[in-house]
Design a protein around this ligand. Structure first.
Ligand code: PLP
Length: 423
């Protein structure tokens, strides 16, 4: 089935007389008539539901839809995008391991790698994603377990050369993991370009209505863990907590995701509520329609801003003069996302005046939902930093992040225009 059809029918196909819409199985536990059957589930010898921390039918149906959309063999939902990235990485990289990550990633993921995972004994080297393959190769060490990047980075909007990253990762015997939150599988499927594992913050476009916080980890099934068994003992050696079972041997291609559920979900939790997965599923049903409108609106607004003399600069990979235009044409031929960044001539105060003058467009700490919103990192998320420190963090003091929604673009442009007139 095509992606548009999968958005609607993926994951849940009701049988005769069953509920048309995905049912919310709001239950922690599942009943069995005999002890032996439950014991088999605990030993992973049989598949079935017994406790929602490990698996729940509503969550599984939505995970299956996301896996189908990405063209993967399976997916696991998590309670947030942060949890998805943490689980995806920690599943193969423990204390003593090392990660090579792009510098151009979401601030939360940067902190996770740079602060929290270091405390757990995991090292990270950040690389400029635009560097040559030779430069990128220098970051690898014998204990490197994976390479990480974002298809379209949040907030900078850089486009990742996925094929280049995949070549470098594979030359070092490790998988490439890509956070595909901003592009969504509607606009890019990283597996088609050599990526091995995809992660998502489903909080953004997938939900699309700002109703739930969630995440997903999707496996392509393409990475050969056994060929690099010494690097991945957690997958390729017996697990004591499951009577010496070896994930790759017992579950083949599903080994990575089975370990993620059986070990990490069991021990760390972080499952989504079935109610949230239901809301996420409603969002997914219209993802293909919404992404097209986000991209069309963002393109029109980027072109409008570019022509206005009060605007100092505009960054959107759909603009012909953008540094990432060529990469966007290759990886995101149908459109990228609705997030634009731009700066106004003037200083921090000019940006604040502009934002306060907006009427339809609201100031919120969110991106990628149906309603257009705006954020000024220098006044909000990064307000403790001086102009100099902001520049070091790669954020211009005048940077305004505009997340373009799916309203009529004429109304959005009218609002921007009147706000520009009042600065
Ligand atoms: C928001 C975001 C995250 C974190 O997701 P949460 O759902 O907020 O935990 C991770 N990666 C990217 C690219 C994001 O935009």
């Amino acid at each position: 089935m095509r992606r548009e059809t999968l958005c609607i029918h993926g994951g849940w196909q009701p049988k005769n007389g069953e509920s048309r819409q995905l049912p919310i199985i709001q239950s922690t536990t599942f009943k069995y008539d005999d002890t032996e059957e439950m014991a088999m589930l605990f030993d992973l010898k049989k598949s079935g539901y017994f406790y929602s921390r490990l698996a729940n039918p509503t969550n599984d149906a939505v995970a299956a839809k996301i896996a189908a959309l990405e063209g993967g063999i399976g997916a696991v939902l998590t309670s947030s995008g942060q949890a998805a990235n943490y689980f995806a990485i920690f599943n193969i990289c423990e204390a003593g391991g090392h990660v090579v990550a792009s510098t151009e990633i979401y601030g939360g993921t940067f902190n996770l790698l740079n602060i929290t995972m270091r405390k757990q004994g995991i090292e990270v080297t950040f690389v400029n994603p635009d560097a040559s393959e030779e430069e990128l190769a220098k970051a690898f060490r014998p204990n490197t377990k994976l390479m990480f990047g974002e298809t379209i980075s949040n907030p900078a909007g850089n486009v990742l050369d996925i094929e280049k990253f995949a070549r470098v990762a594979h030359a070092h015997g490790v998988p490439l993991m890509v956070d595909n939150t901003f592009a969504t599988p509607i606009n890019c499927r990283p597996f088609e370009w050599g990526c091995d594992i995809v992660t998502h913050s489903t909080t953004k476009y997938m939900d699309g209505h700002a109703t739930q916080v969630g995440g997903a980890v999707v496996d392509s099934g393409n990475f050969d863990w056994e060929a690099n068994a010494e690097k991945f003992p957690g997958l390729c050696m017996p697990d004591e907590s499951y009577h010496g079972l070896t994930y790759t041997k017992a579950f083949g291609k599903m080994g990575y995701l089975t370990k993620l559920i059986a070990q990490l979900m069991r021990d760390l939790g972080s499952i989504p509520a079935p109610q949230n997965s239901f809301l996420l599923n409603l969002g997914l049903e219209t993802l293909h329609l919404r992404m097209a409108q986000h991209c069309k609106n963002a393109q029109a607004i980027a072109e409008f801003l570019e022509k206005d003399e009060r605007v100092a600069w505009v960054n959107y990979c759909g603009l012909k003069n953008n540094k990432y235009y060529e990469l966007a044409q290759k990886y995101l031929p149908n459109g990228s996302c609705g997030v634009i960044s731009f700066g106004l001539k003037g200083d921090r105060a000019t940006a604040v005046k502009f934002m306060d003058a907006l009427q339809l467009i609201s100031i919120v700490t969110h991106v990628a939902d149906a309603k257009t919103c705006v954020l000024h990192p220098a006044s909000h998320t990064h307000r403790q930093l001086s102009d100099e420190q902001l520049k070091q963090a790669g954020i211009a003091p005048d940077l305004i992040r505009l997340s373009v929604g799916i309203e009529a673009v004429e109304d959005l442009i009218k609002d921007i225009q009147q706000a520009l007139e009042r600065i």
